[in-house]
Design a binder for this molecule. Structure first.
Ligand code: SF4
Ligand code: F3S
Length: 367
């Protein structure tokens, strides 16, 4: 599905160069306004400013300092050519020493690879402040109260494409054959527990459920009137995003408060990652590289069930391993994490140590 693409960073993008283009426009708006887009990580304030204060302009503010004064948010409509090649630059690495100097990439505390690329899985972020919704002159886009899913009403849409222009992530897609725009619907029947196999429990979307790499996890959290999250320490998503802060929003400087979060890759240059995920990158990587006992257990919940886990519990196991990470002692325990559905049913039980099966000699070459 085009709605849900994977691009190879730093060169890949769908539509082509979507992020470089918008970052460039945002830079230009700052220059025109005589301002700088800087993060001040020292100004952290709980859930309101979890990574510090962004002292630049978001895409909403920047529109007023550009030629797009009439628009709600800074943006552009990609050309047909830019939409043409979803996998362009797939698996193309960067990072020769010459380029490193050229890109002014900072050395990192962890070993970086000389040559690097990483995959960025991209889908609609069902933003807290969706620019697509704000931009539509037909009010054809709405955000559902019950779960925050952002949908385009296909009956109301007249194909004005302001949403395509102003979604910074370029996730609404205009369809030539129907003359209306479509986007990810977050598999809402599954979230509602209406899928025939869900037995009434909220289920993860198909893209989550189908991830063989076991790197996607989805959840639902309660939000307050002001958009901040109700504290829910035992919800796996709350724990990963708010307590441990190892998963970060994509381009938070855009200002839509995206609800897709990424655990950044360890080997890519930090300056590049900070631009992409904000100043929380260093702390996230430090925690991810030497996970706490609880974090290691919670990470086992990734892809352990198609049913959304609303709560987890940890059963402590024995110590099984010990090493040194970044000069500090690190211990591993074979704990078991248990996930529970919305109604409180057990949906997953996974241990840190996976069972090992030794293939008998006569089957060495068998699949
Ligand atoms: Fe709208 Fe784009 Fe945010 Fe999705 S990612 S909710 S399409 S602004
Ligand atoms: Fe509105 Fe986008 Fe349709 S701007 S009319 S939802 S194409």
């Amino acid at each position: 599905m085009w709605w849900n693409n994977v691009e190879t960073k730093p060169y890949g993008g769908y539509p082509q160069f979507w992020d470089a283009r918008l970052l460039g426009m945002l830079d230009q708006a700052h220059q025109d306004a005589g301002r700088e887009a800087i993060w001040d990580p020292s100004q952290r304030d709980g859930d309101q400013r979890p990574y510090g204060a962004y002292e630049g302009m978001t895409i909403f503010e920047a529109a007023r300092h550009s030629e797009q004064r009439e628009e709600v948010a800074l943006g552009y409509e990609p050309t047909d050519e830019q939409w043409r090649s979803p996998n362009i630059y797939e698996d193309t690495a960067t990072g020769s020493r010459d380029q490193r100097d050229l890109l002014n990439l900072m050395p990192a505390a962890l070993p970086e690879h000389e040559t690097w690329f990483f995959y960025l899985q991209r889908l609609c972020n069902h933003c807290t402040y969706p620019a697509c919704l704000a931009a539509c002159p037909r009010q054809a886009i709405y955000k559902r109260q019950e779960d925050g899913i952002v949908l385009i009403d296909q009956e109301r849409c007249r194909g004005y494409r302001k949403c395509v222009m102003q979604c910074p992530y370029k996730k609404p897609m205009f369809r030539d054959t129907t003359r209306v725009t479509e986007k990810c619907i977050a598999c809402y029947p599954r979230i509602e527990g209406k899928d025939p196999i869900s037995e009434g429990e909220p289920m993860e979307t198909r893209c989550m459920a189908a991830c063989v790499g076991k790197i996607r996890l989805q959840g639902l959290v309660e939000v307050k009137e002001d958009g901040s999250w109700v504290e829910d320490r035992d919800n796996p998503l709350y724990y990963l995003i708010k307590t441990e802060k190892i998963a970060l929003p994509l381009y938070p400087q855009f200002g839509t408060e995206p609800n897709g979060y990424y655990i950044p890759p360890r080997w890519a240059p930090r300056a590049y990652l900070r631009q992409m995920f904000g100043p929380g990158v260093d702390e996230a990587l430090e925690k991810y590289s030497a996970p706490s006992r609880e974090l290691l257990a919670v990470l086992q919940l990734f892809r352990a069930s198609q049913t959304i886990a609303f709560r987890y519990e940890i059963i402590e196991g024995e110590k099984v391993f010990e090493t040194t990470i970044n000069g500090k002692k690190w211990e591993m325990f074979n704990d078991t994490v248990v996930g529970y559905s919305k109604s409180g049913k057990e949906i997953a039980r996974v241990s840190v140590e996976e069972p090992t099966y030794i293939r008998p000699g006569k089957h060495y070459n068998a699949i």
